[in-house]
Structures are given as structure tokens and as C-alpha cells.
Design a protein. Structure first.
Lengths: 327, 97
């Protein structure tokens, strides 16, 4: 087991991310067409869900799974609540709610990068962590929409809340957004088909996954560089928030993992889920439900700061810290 | 040839369903939709990224009779104020076939 920052940076997927940043910095015309980028995202969600489902079918329901999912649910409610409380001191309630949703929800690609990291280190983890990923997507979004509705009501002097999004539609989208549903459906198919399903879909959801992840991260590198202006727009408070809150969330997750007796691999994945910020499901729902929020702020913080921080520094940092405690 | 009103709309794709429901409710008849539009407006740049069209606009071309226009615009105004967008109304002639 040889982790270390240099080793993690020499992962081809991470290097392709840097290559994307470089290509954008030198103003290359390298571009991944949008429909292909969307396909890559959808493929990764399907693959994560399916592999998690297959692992779940192999291990079955265990006490460790119960504790891991309980920890995930606690984090899914605590993180957006305390994030909103901090943010309200400095930003308007709508931006605060949208950012709280972003940081309370999770990033599937960050999770997948962490899974790849554990596989390279030979550290075991439970397939049920993909269930934790699914569970942690929605609660923050629902809380944020409720907080935004409350803010509208307060602004309207406790009268009717003009502009409140349809609760039914928000709930519907939070649970059936395409990305979320694909993840859930793939997980269910993985559970139902188990090892036979894994063989049937190989190499589509197996061997080629790492190559697709590398290609996706190339696109993310190009994309992050193109959104770099958001760094300047966000200001120092929000830039600091986008680094410090993920670190605090990882510590919180590590404490829960220790308290609940999770194994090292599960602890890392829980920390990464807690530290990650959504840029797929949250914008899809929040753009409709909280249109007053500035999308370039919450989307930019998540994508331009927290995502690169987690995949380049966060994952090896969390692993090194956790491994020191767990041994 | 028949004189008609032409309404050009650009709205975020996320509210396309609401807009088409409004058009149907007001009896605006037919419309043509172009998805995946990108550009810049008073809410900044719409770059087209996102899995659910959350950063894309849709263009809607509507042709309708004059009496439909005023009540339809009244309902569209609130939607555009909330989500952003653009609405242009002009006179046109329809080539009857």
C-alpha cells in the first residue's frame, strides 16, 4: 500500500484532468462535444450504480452496511443545515440555500475517483457505499428548497410566498432527476443480476470504466478552466468556504466512521462523499426551484474549486489521515 | 396570406414545460421549439452545459391570433421575471396553405 500525493497525481485519470486544464490554458481548440460529455456523465453514473449493486448482491445486507448508511443519512442532514447557518451571515438566503444544497449533496465522479484510488491501494470497501451515494443526493436539496421558500415568505411579510416553486414538482425532480434515477436504477439492476449481470456487461461496466473516467476528467479539466472566471466572481469568503467546509465535512465523516466502527475503505468513501459537492443533480433541481440564486456562484464553487481540490489533494489527504488513525 | 401575431420566446429549458402549458391554455395553437440555445443575457452567459438543460435556453416560435396575445403575455411576464428569458412580439403574415 503506497499512497502519497505524488503517487496519486500519477494516476492517468488525474493527469488527463491536468492535461485538460493545460489545453484550455494554451487556448487550444480541443473540445469534447457536449452530447459526448453528457454521454460520459451518464455512463459513469450507470457504471457506479451497477458496480455498487453487484457488490451489494455479493455481500448482502450486513451490520456494517447499516452503520455506513446511518452515518451517510446523518451527514446528509447535518451538512446542509450547518452550511446554511454559516452562509447566511455573509450571503443572501437564496444563494445560501443553493450553496448549502450543493455542499450537502454529493459528487458521483469524485466518489468514483476515490473508488479508483482505493482499488489502486488494494483497500477493500463495501458495495453498499454506492447506496450511501444515492441516499446523500436528495435530502440537502429538499432542505434548501424549504429554506428558500421560508426566506420568500419572510420577505413577503409572512403573506403568500410569491414565486415559490411547486412543492410537488420539486420533490418529483429531487427524486427522479435523470442522473439520480439512472444511478438508482443501475444499482437495482446490479443487485438483481449480481455476478451474472457483471459478466454479461463486461467489459462495458468493468475494464473500460477507468478509460472513460480519464476521458471524462479531460473534459472536466477543459470545463473547469473555462469557468475559472467564477473564481474571481465568488470572492474570498466563498472561495475559503469551498475548501474549508469540505475539509470540516471530511473530519465529521471520519468521526462518525470511527464511532460506528466502519472499515478504512468505507471511512474514506464516507469522507469523500461528505467533502464533495454536487454539480450534476443540484443545478438541475435548484435552477428551477431557487431561480433567485446565482447559478454561477454555487456551480462555480463546486466545479472550479471543490471538485479539483478533492480529486487532486483531498482524496490522498483524507486517506493518509484516516490510514494513520485506523492502523 | 393572413395577418397574424408572431411571438419569439427564449426561455431556460427547465421551464419549457410551463411555457408550452401556458401556450396550450391560451389557445396559442402551434409552436416550434429549438433546444440547446446558448448566449448571453442579463443573467449572464448560458453555456449549455448540464445534464438536464439547466444551463441551456430554448427558443419558441409562436404564431397566434391577436386576441390571444395580451392575456398570454400577462402570464408569460411572471414566468420570465422569475426565470429570465426574452419575449418579442411582432406582426407577421401567414402563408395559408
Amino acid at each position: 500500500m503506497s499512497a502519497g500525493f505524488a503517487g496519486s497525481l500519477l494516476d492517468p485519470a488525474i493527469l488527463f484532468f491536468f492535461f485538460g486544464l493545460f489545453a484550455a490554458a494554451v487556448r487550444s481548440n480541443l473540445e469534447i462535444p457536449a452530447p459526448i460529455a453528457k454521454f460520459l456523465s451518464l455512463y459513469l453514473l450507470m457504471s457506479i450504480g451497477f458496480k455498487g449493486g453487484v457488490s451489494l448482491a455479493e455481500t448482502g445486507v450486513t451490520a456494517a452496511m447499516g452503520w455506513a448508511l446511518l452515518a451517510a443519512m446523518l451527514l446528509a442532514f447535518v451538512v446542509p443545515a450547518y452550511s446554511y447557518a454559516i452562509l447566511r451571515r455573509r450571503v443572501n438566503p437564496f444563494d445560501a440555500a443553493a450553496i448549502a444544497a450543493t455542499y450537502g449533496s454529493v459528487s458521483a465522479v469524485t466518489f468514483m475517483t476515490a473508488v479508483g484510488y482505493l482499488e489502486r491501494q488494494g483497500v477493500p470497501f463495501g458495495g453498499y457505499m454506492a447506496v450511501a451515494l444515492v441516499l446523500m443526493e436528495s435530502p440537502a436539496i429538499i432542505m434548501a428548497v424549504a429554506l428558500a421558500n421560508l426566506a420568500r415568505r419572510e420577505a413577503a411579510g409572512r403573506a403568500a410566498a410569491p414565486g415559490a416553486a411547486s412543492t410537488r414538482r420539486v420533490l418529483h425532480e429531487a427524486f427522479t432527476d435523470g442522473a439520480q434515477l439512472l444511478l438508482l436504477g443501475s444499482l437495482a439492476i446490479g443487485v438483481l443480476t449480481g455476478a451474472d449481470g457483471k459478466r454479461a456487461l463486461d467489459p462495458f461496466t468493468g475494464q473500460i470504466q477507468k478509460g472513460i473516467l480519464a476521458f471524462f476528467l479531460l473534459d472536466m479539466g477543459l470545463f473547469v478552466a473555462s469557468r475559472a472566471r467564477d473564481l474571481r466572481m465568488n470572492g474570498s469568503f466563498l472561495a475559503a468556504f469551498a475548501i474549508c467546509v469540505p475539509l470540516a465535512n471530511a473530519v465529521l465523516a471520519a468521526l462518525l466512521a470511527r464511532l460506528f466502527g466502519l472499515q478504512l475503505g468505507d471511512a474514506l468513501l464516507l469522507a469523500v462523499l461528505a467533502a464533495s459537492a454536487s454539480y450534476i443533480v443540484v443545478p438541475a433541481v435548484v435552477r428551477y426551484a431557487i431561480p433567485e440564486a446565482n447559478a454561477s456562484v454555487y456551480f462555480g464553487m463546486s466545479l472550479v474549486i471543490t471538485f479539483p481540490f478533492n480529486i487532486v489533494i483531498g482524496i490522498p489527504l483524507y486517506f493518509t489521515a484516516l490510514a494513520a488513525v485506523w492502523r | 396570406m393572413e395577418p397574424v401575431k408572431r411571438i419569439d420566446l427564449v426561455v431556460p429549458e427547465i421551464v419549457l414545460r410551463e411555457v408550452t402549458e401556458l401556450l396550450e391554455r391560451h389557445g396559442a395553437g402551434g409552436y416550434t421549439i429549438a433546444r440547446g440555445l446558448v448566449g448571453k443575457g442579463h443573467r449572464g452567459v448560458q453555456t449549455g452545459e448540464g445534464l438536464a438543460g439547466e444551463f441551456s435556453n430554448a427558443g419558441i416560435l409562436v404564431v397566434c391570433a391577436e386576441p390571444v396575445v395580451a392575456p398570454l403575455l400577462e402570464d408569460l411576464r411572471g414566468l420570465i421575471a422569475r426565470y429570465g428569458g426574452l419575449c418579442l412580439v411582432s406582426d407577421a403574415v401567414w402563408l395559408k396553405h
